[in-house]
Design a protein around this ligand. Structure first.
Ligand code: NAD
Length: 510
């Protein structure tokens, strides 16, 4: 998901000295990098550069003591931060946005090494984080309650208050974006946060924490703990955590909701998807092809909102497929740090095997591979251990096949033909997921009619996967609860206090 399209000017700001970054531990508590206290070697994990397979760094899972310390630090900071004037919170978040802009290159390069995505995309991810900080910073001073008139001169009013210490848990496909999409609204509202990135991509959340501190945010306002499932569970069940915002898979989201149910804690859940992209016969075919690629091949296909079920009206399918395959095959795969690389590395060996397994399974069920779907070992010896999969287009599919029903989370685009509007709406909605959906057509009446019937939280007409900070993002059905981005996010990071002010003598029988 990108908050904007188009080239991004490379920033020329100060260098964050990446060579020394890994010399310090990756937990960030109370304004500094700290070692986990109950370090247990069995809980150590290695973080790989997906493009080389080499170890980028090692860290260990935070245990109960570390989670306690991080939450205590955030709880202490909440006293000051929640009382800090909203205009000051806004200035600090917008200063962080400015400094992040000046450091796009460093953050992007680190994201490339940690995640394997190509640098052009990593730069846009950093800009998406910049946008979130700017946007929610600018909303902070607008937070206000209502005045409600009551009989005989009495009145009521509401106060929008922060929740306290919020927990944030991220997936690995958009590491910096998730840290920013969760922390920016939480902090703007006066909350503090303990954030746990994915163990596969632990790095840029720590860089963001350092940047916040450099920009003057008080110590403890944003803390990072590293760890795996157990650390996440400890965070969700900590009695001083007031809310959890989670991005990840449906099974983990279910566990987190169960953990939070015990403490009656609100949750935001951004979960998986199997979204439809519907291309009508009157579309501009070149645009539709570009849209289908945007819907499938960002971040090596590891995008929750991807429109992986591409329904194409029969009368244009041949032309569409010919152009799609030619463009897909032309994408340069390889070193993600090079400016002209369009396809980087899949996050891990395990994920690569999973994606290849779905392609093999689809072939056995009768699918035809039009291109890609195989592992590539690039000629560059540096990349020989990388997890590269050639973007794949599958044809000859039907709605019952596994690859059409399940989330692959890789560059596997599935083609499905349709003839009729009513038919395609029924088929598009025939999934337990409801994250996203898209329509390509020149007929805006039809576009809006179809979108109004799609069971999906985030929809696009004549584009795909663009998520600007001002537009709410989130899913229906199994794809989640709550929203990120947009003013509605304020509701998810605040609670409303209602006050009745009686202006008259009480008229009661006591
Ligand atoms: P995952 O569910 O395996 O892990 C996500 C995070 O949860 C990680 O930080 C992990 O350590 C943590 N975790 C695991 N078990 C936990 C537990 N019991 N309690 C607390 N935390 C726990 O997901 P993933 O493999 O990292 O990411 C891929 C999934 O994320 C896909 O399904 C994708 O669709 C989804 N996703 C959704 C969105 C969205 O905005 N809707 C965005 C990106 C990814």
């Amino acid at each position: 998901m990108l908050s904007r399209l188009g080239p991004v000017v490379k920033a020329s700001g100060m260098s964050r000295c990446m060579s020394t970054f890994f010399q310090e531990p990756l937990n960030f508590i109370g304004g500094k990098r700290v070692l986990p206290t109950n370090r247990n070697s069995s809980e150590d994990f290695k973080v790989l550069d997906p493009s080389t397979g080499h170890v980028l760094c090692e860290t260990s899972s935070s245990g109960e003591n570390d989670v306690d310390k991080a939450v205590a630090s955030a709880k202490e900071a909440f006293k000051e931060w929640s009382e800090t004037p909203a205009l000051v919170r806004a200035r600090l978040l917008q200063k962080a946005a400015l400094v992040l802009r000046e450091n796009v290159e460093d953050f992007a390069m680190m994201e490339v090494m940690d995640n394997g995505k190509p640098i052009w995309e990593a730069r846009l991810d950093i800009w998406t984080a910049v946008d979130a900080l700017d946007y929610f910073g600018s909303l902070a001073p607008t937070l206000a309650g209502e005045h409600i008139k009551m009989p005989s001169g009495s009145f009521g009013y509401t106060i929008r208050e922060p929740l306290g210490v919020c927990g944030g848990i991220g997936a690995w496909n958009y590491p910096i974006q998730m840290a920013a999409w969760k922390s920016a609204p939480a902090l703007a509202c006066g909350n503090t946060m303990v954030f746990k990135p994915s163990p596969l991509t632990p790095v840029t959340a720590v860089m963001l924490a350092e940047l916040y501190t450099e920009c003057g945010l008080p110590k403890g306002v944003f803390n990072v703990i590293q760890g795996q499932a157990e650390t996440g569970h400890l965070l969700c069940t900590h009695p001083d955590i007031a809310k959890v915002s989670f991005t990840g898979s449906v099974p983990t989201g279910t566990k987190i909701m169960q953990d939070c149910a015990v403490g009656i804690k609100p949750v935001t859940l951004e979960l998986g998807g199997k979204s439809p992209l519907i291309i009508f016969g009157d579309s501009d075919v070149d645009n539709a092809v570009k849209g289908a690629m945007l819907a499938n091949f960002l971040s090596q296909g590891q995008v929750c909102s991807n429109g992986t079920r591409v329904f194409v009206e029969k009368k244009i399918k041949d032309e569409f497929v010919e152009k799609l395959v030619a463009r897909t095959e032309a994408m340069k795969l390889g070193d993600p740090s090079e400016d002209d690389t369009l396809v980087g590395a899949t996050i891990s060996h395990q994920q690569m095997d999973k994606v290849l397994g779905y392609v093999e399974g689809a072939k056995k069920e009768g699918a035809k591979v039009l291109c890609g779907g195989d592992r590539v070992i690039p000629e560059n010896p540096k990349l020989s251990g990388g997890f590269f999969v050639r973007p794949c287009v599958l044809d000859n599919l039907n709605d019952g096949m596994t690859v059409v029903k399940e989330e692959v989370f890789g560059s596997v685009l599935g083609l499905l033909a349709f003839e009729d509007e009513e038919e395609v709406i029924q088929r598009a909605n025939d999934t337990k997921f409801g994250l996203a959906g898209g329509v390509f057509t020149r007929d805006l009446g039809r576009a809006n009619r179809v979108i109004s019937r799609l069971e999906a939280g985030s929809c696009w007409i004549n584009t795909f996967n663009i998520c600007p900070a001002g537009l709410p993002f989130g899913g229906f059905k199994y794809s989640g609860l709550g929203r990120e981005n947009g003013t509605v996010t304020i509701d998810h990071y605040t609670q409303l206090k209602s006050v009745y002010v009686e202006m008259n003598d009480l008229d009661v029988p006591f």
